[in-house]
Ligand binder design. Structure first.
Ligand code: SMG
Ligand code: MG
Length: 370
């Protein structure tokens, strides 16, 4: 049994080593909310992956701050829990806002694992000591710049390249990348920038042996994705459209995708991620873990989740240095020459959160008690 006695939120902003441009805009400074929960002299950390504005998702750091302080924390604080898997039920009076809930839920998983003195990945049922690392590359000013970046990342050892696409930066870009790198594991991510009227573009992308096409159509669509998937050999992978376990069920029932990108920070946390993972495994649908430019806290949670058996592709989990000059965890995440990230073996997320650095970076903080 455990009960969260204290919950602290930090609104943190971290400058990226290079801007990250997608079909919906560019990020130079990544805000996030770090969540710390305490019980029985132990602490646990989680991260809310929402951005400054409602672009990737309707949630923002400010909606998450509001929902956690006003609604989530009062439901959770002081409540007796047998296991972190109880958290979603406790928070169920709050509809949606899965990013806000996830930051808190994952902090409870870390806390529980530290109390049990076990690494989080083992508590989750993970089976790997290292996870495969891919890199996601934003839209560049021209293809030569993109090719140069790809060259650098491949020589660092990354096992797969993901290229962001949008109308005007798609087939020609993929053609040039394939000419240069005929065999590299390659996928594209549109972040919902197309409609079924663009079927011709996807027919052409279908010719380049892509591992998958991620979120080609609208962020909340399942029906048009099913139609598009029927017309393509390349698997469609859904990201934004899978906002919960329930939407994952619908996507599989409709045949909207053949691969699922799981981001625990998007779907409500580890409990929902495990349920989606197990459902996909039972249907023969492979998964992998996506990324939201997380700090070392969110990254540690993603690494732990990526150790599950049905994570079958390289993940959007790159080294800390690919995002930030200085991470807020010690040690920072590093890439092996094999293009993997070793899984920390310490209790909980297995890395130390540099609290004084978090406090230095925090624009705002609040502590709530039972
Ligand atoms: O964390 O390496 C990462 C970023 C991976 O491309 C990435 N994430 O749609 O999958 C995605 C995007 C969402 C974040 S855009 C700010
Ligand atoms: Mg994506």
């Amino acid at each position: 049994m455990l009960a969260v006695e204290e919950l602290t939120l930090y609104l943190v902003e971290m400058e990226l080593v290079r801007p990250f441009r997608t079909s919906f805009g560019a990020t130079r400074v990544k805000p996030c909310i770090l969540v710390r929960v305490r019980s029985r002299g132990e602490e646990g950390w989680g991260e809310v992956v929402a951005d400054r504005g409602p672009w990737y998702s309707y949630e923002t750091v400010e909606t998450a701050w509001h929902v956690i302080t006003e609604f989530v924390a009062p439901l959770l604080l002081g409540r007796e829990l047998d296991h972190p898997k109880d958290v979603p039920e406790v928070l169920s009076p709050v509809r949606g806002h899965n990013m806000a809930k996830a930051g808190v839920e994952m902090a409870v998983w870390d806390l529980y694992s530290r109390i049990e003195e076990l690494p989080l990945y083992r508590v989750l049922g993970g089976v790997r000591r290292e996870v495969e690392s891919g890199v996601s590359i934003g839209i560049q000013k021209d293809v030569d710049s993109l090719l140069k970046l790809i060259d650098g990342y491949l020589s660092e050892g990354y096992r797969r390249i993901k290229v962001k696409i949008m109308p005007g930066w798609d087939v020609n870009v993929v053609r040039r990348v394939r000419e240069e790198y005929p065999d590299v594991p390659l996928q594209v991510d549109a972040n919902g920038a197309y409609t079924l009227r663009d079927a011709e573009i996807f027919k052409r992308l279908d010719e380049y042996s892509l591992l998958m096409i991620e979120q080609p159509l609208s962020y909340d669509d399942l029906v048009d994705h099913a139609a598009l998937q029927r017309s393509l050999r390349t698997p469609i992978c859904l990201d934004e459209s899978i906002s919960s376990y329930s939407t994952a069920r619908c996507a599989l029932a409709l045949g909207s995708c053949r691969v699922v990108n799981i981001k625990p920070g998007r779907v409500g946390g580890h409990t929902a991620s495990l349920a989606i993972h197990d459902l996909c495994a039972s249907r023969g649908v492979p998964c992998w873990v996506g990324g939201m430019l997380e700090t070392g806290v969110g990254r540690a949670h993603n690494v732990a989740l990526a150790t599950l058996p049905n994570m079958k592709y390289p993940n959007d989990i790159s080294a800390s240095s690919r995002y930030y000059e200085r991470d807020i965890v010690d040690p920072p995440f590093e890439l092996t020459r094999r293009g993997t990230i070793p899984v920390p073996e310490g209790a909980g997320i297995g890395v130390e959160v540099l609290t004084s650095e978090v406090e230095r970076l925090a624009k705002r903080a609040v502590t709530l008690r039972a």
